[in-house]
Design a binder for this molecule. Sequence first.
Ligand code: DHE
Length: 496
Amino acid sequence: MDSSAAAQLYGQHCQSCHGADRLGGMGPALLPESLERLKSAEISNTIRQGRSATQMAGFAGQLTDEQISQLTAYVQSAPATPPRWSDADMRASHRQPVALSSLPARPQYTANPLNLFVVVEAGDHHVTVLDGDRFRPITRFASHYAVHGGPKFSPDGRFVYFSSRDGWVTQYDLYSLQVVADIRVGLNTRNIAVSDDGNWILAGNTLPQTLVLLDAHGLAPVKTIAVRDAAGRPSRVSAVYEAAPRHSFVVALKDVPELWEISYDRHAAPVYPGLVHDYQMGEALGQPGFLTPRVTPLSMVLDDFYFDPSYQHVLGASRSGQAQVISLDARSKVADLPLDGMPHLGSGISFERDGHRIMATPNLKGGQLSFVDMDSWQLIRQVQLPGPGFFLRSHENTPYAWADSMMSAHKDTLSIIDKRTLSVVRQLVLRPGKTTAHVEFTRDGRYALVSVMENPGELIVVDAQTLREVAALPMAKPIGKYNVFNKVNRSEGTSH
Ligand code: DHE
């Protein structure tokens, strides 16, 4: 069967839900960028069997094995006409079903709104809002397909913002428990950041290669910035971060060796020529630095970052495992970091030890935890875990940090590390054989909430001192959970 026959099959069976141009509709986008995390066999299986608890039906009875593999190859290949997502498309997608002025002044439930957990369930693309005192769900609602990364909160913790891999950004009111605004900022999005004044959302896209600035109060689009280097080469965005003490966003780029900082301080110093690309000049010259990217050239692409508490220094890692410290004020490298393998700085945490601030980061290749002194930028200890993992978590009120080994044969094992001795004091297997990862603490640090990332999976509540299980809630592959208080107060043990 040739590709036009596959296109015909697509038109007949898939287009009504996934869109004529494969950009998505009721179902997710079916573009190579959207599907790159899935193996061909997984895509074929989904076409064959459908996806439970979704509208995606199985086609085993209607399509032959050969037709299913042709369709699989078709959706994994780039469309003949490159997909486009213009500002007009974005504006047309904007929905604001509820007026912000009509929202209630207080939460419509009795739970403490600052000790809520927002749990992203990837198994059936839902979100649960959980009472963090009683460990009971308050509500559960359908999200967009493949919400990824950390939802971000308004500074008062009232609103939570989600981004999906398919480019949707959603504003949800945690008082009245409803979606208040929604917009598709791109076809493939990495993540979002919320400004510390609560006024702006910055979204970083890989398709198209843009940054999109939104008004945080209702998600109206404000500005789209094409991501290109001085020579005009486009770059995908790797991640956007919020540097609260600097009142700026920091942008990591995937394809060009540059680091961008975008100030949302209306009194920001002007961005001088040389720190801004020609194509941004028109907007920048003679203007204050407000909302204009300032460029730091790098010696290599660094696309995974961690910040010191003042946000003056950025620790950056390349995909080949090299790591550096960049000064955001000097706009240059100030140190090399002795971290080999593949440090996953984005999952790092920091804590005080003997009068020094220590940063700890997992390593995706070797499965170690590396501890770096943030005063001297020296590696002070490496601790071997049973295997590589993704996440590392702690809290100010616990002496322990929790690491997983989810990318190894020991995917069920959590390692408990004493932050005072920098050694593993206990290994915890809550559900033998099941992928167990991603920990978030209650606001007081008393309990750790742990994901069993399976479908069906569980959210397990563990006493952070005795390490005993105290509750378990059934969930559909809960990939991440986020405590409102810890997030808005920037707990040193969690992601921001
Ligand atoms: Fe993530 C956060 C990138 C695969 C679960 N992940 C992030 C962030 C980035 C990122 C840049 C930070 C977002 C933020 O805080 O706003 N993730 C990537 C990748 O590049 C990678 C390796 C490949 C990809 O396809 O994008 C990847 N991530 C995964 C997964 O396979 C995970 C385990 C499950 C999934 O997506 O279905 C996964 N990523 C997560 C989670 C967070 C995250 C749970 C939020 C961590 C937090 O606590 O803040």
